[in-house]
Ligand binder design. Structure first.
Ligand code: ASP
Length: 341
């Protein structure tokens, strides 16, 4: 293992998002345009920090247009950068709309010692109280911190540090848009330093093997009064399915034969649509309950929310994992009782 150099090098990689948006002359609406170097120029506090900073503009997109291929390509660049020792820490800045997903996906694909910190902004640089510079300063601080080494991917936002497996975007406009409903933050940036208060219960063993296989995984949300007729025709088009069920993992009783049939062909994962908490395993026994669905071959996502459960299934299928491996991976990833031991 290479020792961190006395003056760490942090590479800031820009992907676009509000943090890099400026208003267009045409309609005043914000669109991505700034480079990673532009973002850095807005943080003079970093000039006096004892950190060498390099920049790289990887993409200039809103968060909504980032693709799984983008993130897989990015992950392989970052692995190389950290593996060669070019970076002691990495910061990725991007749109907040998909940040809870990209950070989790990166955590499945990146296993280097150099911390990889994902951040962004809720207010574009031209708005009063723009939060991009403060978020970038905190993100670079964490990425350069020896305490963060070996922790893999972290999300830093509004001076708080989050586990990518637990973080959610919980507000559409507030600068305090990110939270981890089940655990709270792992730490905070206080007076220019990282204060680590907790470490994640489960760190995924990243799947950096080649993701050659195509895999289309659908996320379908249970909603009041939706019968099975919308869901059923879609199933032949997918290689995996995640159900965002009601509460602890419930669906309408009419869905049961459809999901049972699907689970004989493809992996079907059962998550909760609530935004916090876990799926259960045996508390309820009615048709369409979690106990019923698990007995028919569905896989519980535990504390993993539906968006992250979909990404995990996608990566597993793209890596060619078999059904037993997929099932065995969800228990620790969702931090369920079955995952202990
Ligand atoms: N609201 C978004 C952001 O914060 C837009 C995007 O995701 O690009 O960056």
């Amino acid at each position: 293992m290479t020792k961190p150099r006395p003056r760490p090098t942090v590479v800031v990689v820009g992907l676009g998002g509000t943090i890099a948006m400026t208003p267009s002359a045409r309609d005043g609406a914000a669109r991505p345009s700034l480079s990673a170097q532009d973002l850095l120029d807005a943080v003079p506090q970093l000039d006096s920090a004892d950190i060498d900073i390099q920049t790289l503009s990887f993409a200039s997109k809103p968060g909504a247009s980032l693709t799984l291929d983008d993130i897989e390509t990015l992950a392989s660049w970052l692995r190389e950068m950290a593996g060669e020792g070019t970076a002691d820490g990495i910061v990725v800045t991007q749109g907040t709309d998909t940040l809870e997903e990209t950070a989790y996906l990166l955590s499945l694909l990146y296993a280097e010692q150099a911390p990889l910190v994902v951040s962004g902004a809720m207010r574009a640089p031209h708005l009063a109280g723009a939060d991009g510079p403060a978020n970038l300063l905190a993100a670079v601080t964490v990425a350069a911190s020896p305490q963060a080494r070996g922790l893999g991917v972290l999300v830093v936002f509004n001076d708080l540090v989050f586990d990518p497996a637990r973080v959610r975007k919980t507000h559409s406009t507030s600068t305090h848009a990110f939270a981890a409903p089940d655990t709270g933050p792992l730490g905070a940036v206080v007076e220019g330093h990282l204060r680590l208060l907790a470490i994640p219960a489960h760190t995924p063993r990243p799947l950096t093997t080649a993701l050659h296989r195509p895999a289309r995984v659908m996320l379908y949300c249970a909603t009041l009064g939706d019968d099975e007729r919308l869901l059923e025709p879609l199933l032949s088009q997918v290689d995996g399915l995640v159900i965002a069920g009601f509460g602890v993992g419930h669906v309408p009783e009419t869905w049961v034969p459809v999901l049972a049939k699907a689970a004989r062909r493809i992996p079907v994962v059962l998550a909760s649509r609530t935004g916090g908490g876990t799926t259960l395993t045996r508390a309820y026994g009615f048709d369409g309950s979690e106990k019923d669905l698990l007995s028919r071959g569905l896989i519980g996502a535990g504390h993993l929310d539906p968006y992250k459960a979909r990404l995990l299934l996608t990566v597993l299928l793209r890596a060619g994992a078999d059904h037993d491996t997929i099932r065995a991976t969800y228990a620790p990833a969702g931090t369920t009782a079955e995952g202990r031991g």
